[in-house]
Design a protein around this ligand. Sequence first.
Ligand SMILES: NC(=O)c1ccc[n+]([C@@H]2O[C@H](COP(=O)([O-])OP(=O)(O)OC[C@H]3O[C@@H](n4cnc5c(N)ncnc54)[C@H](O)[C@@H]3O)[C@@H](O)[C@H]2O)c1
Ligand SMILES: O=C(O)[C@H]1O[C@H](OP(=O)(O)OP(=O)(O)OC[C@H]2O[C@@H](n3ccc(=O)[nH]c3=O)[C@H](O)[C@@H]2O)[C@H](O)[C@@H](O)[C@H]1O
Length: 371
Amino acid sequence: MGKQWKEKLGILGTPPAGYARVAKSARRSSPSSLAVLVTGAAGFVGTHASLALKRRGDGVLGLDNFNRYYDPSLKRARHRVLERAGVFVVEGDVNDAALLRKLFDVVPFSHVLHLAAQAGVRYAMQNPASYVHSNVGGFVTLLEACKSANPQPALVWASSSSVYGLNSKVPFSEKDRTDQPASLYAATKKAGEEIAHSYNHIHGLSITALRFFTVYGPWGRPDMAYFFFTKDILKGKLITIFQSPDCGTVARDFTYIDDIVKGCLAALDTAKKSTGSGGKKKGPAQFRVFNLGNTSPVPVSELVAILEKLLKVKAKKKVLPMPANGDVKFTHANISLAHRDLGYRPATDLETGLRKFVKWYLDFYSKKSSW
Ligand SMILES: NC(=O)c1ccc[n+]([C@@H]2O[C@H](COP(=O)([O-])OP(=O)(O)OC[C@H]3O[C@@H](n4cnc5c(N)ncnc54)[C@H](O)[C@@H]3O)[C@@H](O)[C@H]2O)c1
Ligand SMILES: O=C(O)[C@H]1O[C@H](OP(=O)(O)OP(=O)(O)OC[C@H]2O[C@@H](n3ccc(=O)[nH]c3=O)[C@H](O)[C@@H]2O)[C@H](O)[C@@H](O)[C@H]1O
């Protein structure tokens, strides 16, 4: 068991190069800055959040299993950007309890930003086990590690707008019902919220769940519609726009990555300390849930029109009824709670954000080998 993580951290030899890199990466610039373990650091949100934390002087250590759900070369390219910024990413799985123990032994993390997950709504039809593995099993393994750590870190983690499921009352408020998930992905995120509550209640862990609403931007996820629409429009391939079965508009509260990152950092900064220590609870701890959205849903057809304008290419498109694939018709965030408690105020409209995405996309895919 021990050998595996030692190899992963590169700490078999002397001097312990891997250990030194972990310690350096996690070093704070001042006693008041944070020491954050970012899981899913080579992912879309994880990369942006890690860079933002590092830029302002926090210590950051990344963890990611670099799985093949989407093009791993994109994750490797993000990883190179992180390394250049001084963020060390340990290659490992959140299900690896021994590895997590070691990381918590090496670094007294003040916070964990948990972003590692099997994302994507529709892929759950193909590979349900991967959702249970990462979003339920992996989350519990991480919570166990947080529970046993001394000091216990405050945890901020990514839930999802998908927990609102078939709820049709919009805009979605945190108090609205979330007991009708439309996909296994949503069900595992909802399960995560309930599991998190139990660790808060029993072990005094300070926990904040952030319900992200369809995040987009540079370094984004190739499985998401705005990303593969861009690719397919440029290639002259047919794209499919889903229409809801009642012929109504399908729309999303698309939220730009920089706004999401600001919300994540504000959640970390306002998180109160956990009240447990080494597995023992000392008092009631903070448990929070926030929507992080953009408050302005845009129809998918409008998303495509903006992409056509920015790419200067007319899309070949067809409109089909939405298949029973886990998608929901409409998302719209009420963000008053995040505004009140986190000072969260999204600042990027869809066209401005997509312009930045398209610029990155064209640059990245024209010079991919040099990243
Ligand atoms: N992007 C969105 O629109 C969106 C919306 C709502 C919620 N979320 C949630 O936000 C978080 C980040 O999403 P993202 O868009 O950056 O996704 P992403 O897939 O780009 O990032 C997730 C990262 O976690 C890693 N990972 C997955 N399982 C792992 C495991 N078991 N151990 C270690 N690493 C693992 C992956 O390799 C990946 O790099 C996820 O929890 C996702 O469910 C995202
Ligand atoms: O906020 C979330 O909680 C979720 O956000 C994201 O899911 P979604 O909002 O479903 O984004 P995405 O797949 O880009 O589809 C966008 C729109 O395009 C429509 N869509 C999709 C494919 C297609 O071929 N045609 C189409 O019209 C489709 O019907 C939809 O209306 C994350 O992937 C997910 O991880 C999750 O966390």
